[in-house]
Design a protein around this ligand. Structure first.
Ligand code: ATP
Length: 450
């Protein structure tokens, strides 16, 4: 079982996320739905900021990648061609004693519900069944008749929507190989053992990019994307020492892959290093399969050389929820505060993904302070998500903002009304700058970029 040098902060995060409005259990008032989570007011902003950063880096800031938003429901033949109907299975074992269900290939990651110090199958009373294959795709019916012929699937990955649109996008945008198609969207997997909060859920969001290249150049592009994607995670503020590559061995490689690397993040505790993104060299597997099953050519025509070929694909596939969790785990810290008995909890999120960029406080509810603070908050809101607070002690207000990861707190005090200056406190250094209220916008813009 992997063990990390970083502490296990998962239980504390689950409670912080509920208390502060980041993440709630789905259908909580009904006892909760199995491993499905809802993003609250702060969570939806955090995840959106993350997705925006990805979209910007992968689509907007590049000439060679186009965006797409394909539907979740697709023609059922897509999943035959992709190999998911036959092969998207996990081996499932049941325990006749405790009625627990486990992935046969991940027993070492699970605990016996009756004897948590042991893995399933290790305790004396365990009675595991033979493994049977379980398909992870959710099925539903298209149209009013519930019959086999009407079966459709909730997509288990977004990639197939890109492959089937390869020529639509290429021809409408006149892109030349090498180029990529990117999309962000929901995916569904009926996981046997979901868990660890939003790490493994049955409904999640993926940010995927398929890069179409000329055969023979694929390994070069594979190395390029491996490095690019690692750099993206670092720019997000994930600590470099908590990130590493994991190369898939021949035995681990998926049926479609010529080469594969995971980018792993150290989640702390017994979870340790786990995959947050996969970078795969898929060769021409997908386009060739779709040609065969659809009977339609999916070839690229190189006009200059008057030559047609099926491109190879290098894929980058990252979970928006999993990176959200990584950012939360990476940012969570407990600190003592000099001169104070009570310590503070800080969510050290990178300012670019923090849900609230600044909080504006009136020191007291007197002498024109609330009016000036409210006015400042309203002005700043045109450019940044800003919180306004005038209740409770200033210390408590700071703690609250630290705990949700707000990078800056701006206080309007008695002097502010007289001389037009305010204090800006930095979440991480606790340093306070006194600046003109009219300069706050530029001060924040300077520090929030990146
Ligand atoms: P795992 O082995 O962890 O189940 P995988 O290898 O099946 O993941 P991919 O199919 O490569 O994952 O999916 C790409 C990314 O999608 C993963 O790196 C992860 O970030 C995300 N992802 C996959 N399954 C889930 C899930 N059940 N819940 C949340 N995110 C997921």
């Amino acid at each position: 079982m992997p063990t990390s040098t970083y502490p296990d902060v998962m239980d504390k995060l689950v409670s912080l996320c509920k208390r502060r409005g980041y993440i709630f259990q789905s259908s909580e008032i009904y006892g909760g739905a199995g491993s499905v989570w809802d993003y609250g007011p702060l969570g939806v902003e955090l995840k959106k900021n993350l997705k925006d950063r990805w979209w910007h880096a992968m689509v907007r800031a590049r000439e060679d990648i186009e965006g797409l938003d394909a539907a979740i429901l697709m023609h059922p033949r897509v999943w035959e061609a992709s190999g998911h109907v036959a092969g998207f299975v996990d081996p499932l074992v049941d325990c006749r004693t405790c009625k627990g269900r486990f992935r046969a290939d991940k027993l070492e990651d699970a605990r016996c519900p009756q004897k948590p110090s042991k893995h399933p199958g290790e305790a004396e009373q365990c009675q595991l069944t033979e493994a049977r294959q379980f398909n992870l795709m959710f099925k539903t019916f298209m149209g009013p008749v519930e019959e086999t012929a009407a079966t459709v699937y909730l997509r288990p990955e977004t990639a197939q929507g890109i492959y089937v649109n390869f020529l639509n996008v290429q021809q409408s945008t006149r892109q030349k190989v090498p180029f990529g198609i990117a999309q962000i969207g929901k995916a569904f997997r009926n996981e046997i053992t979901p868990g660890n909060f939003i790490f493994r859920t049955r409904e999640f969001e993926q940010m995927e990019m398929q890069f179409f290249v000329e055969p023979g150049t694929d390994m070069e592009w594979f190395e390029y994307w491996k490095a690019e994607r690692m750099a993206w995670h670092q720019r997000l503020g994930l600590a470099p020492e908590r990130l590493e590559y994991h190369q898939h061995t021949a035995g681990e490689l998926a049926h479609y892959a010529r080469a594969a690397f995971d980018i792993q993040f150290d989640f702390g505790g017994t979870l340790g290093f786990q995959e947050i993104e996969g970078v795969h060299n898929r060769g021409d597997f997908d386009l060739t399969q779709h040609q065969q099953y659809s009977g339609k050519k999916l070839e690229y025509y190189n006009q200059v050389e008057n030559r047609r070929y099926v491109p190879y694909v290098v894929e980058t596939s990252v979970g928006a929820d999993r990176v959200t969790l990584a950012a939360l785990v990476n940012g969570y810290r407990e600190e003592s505060v000099p001169g104070e008995e009570e310590g503070r909890v800080v969510l050290g999120l990178h300012p670019s993904i923090a849900p609230v960029k600044a909080a504006v406080f009136a020191l007291t509810k007197k002498e024109g302070m609330p009016e000036m603070a409210r006015k400042l908050a309203t002005e700043l809101r045109a450019d940044f998500p800003v919180d306004y607070d005038e209740t409770g002690s200033i210390g408590k207000r700071y703690r609250r903002q630290d705990e949700v990861g707000t990078p800056f707190c701006i206080t309007v005090d008695g002097d502010s009304v007289a001389d037009g200056t305010v204090t800006v406190r930095d979440r991480d250094t606790l340093k306070q700058d006194r600046i003109a209220a009219t300069a706050v916008r530029a001060y924040l813009a300077d520090r929030l970029n990146g």
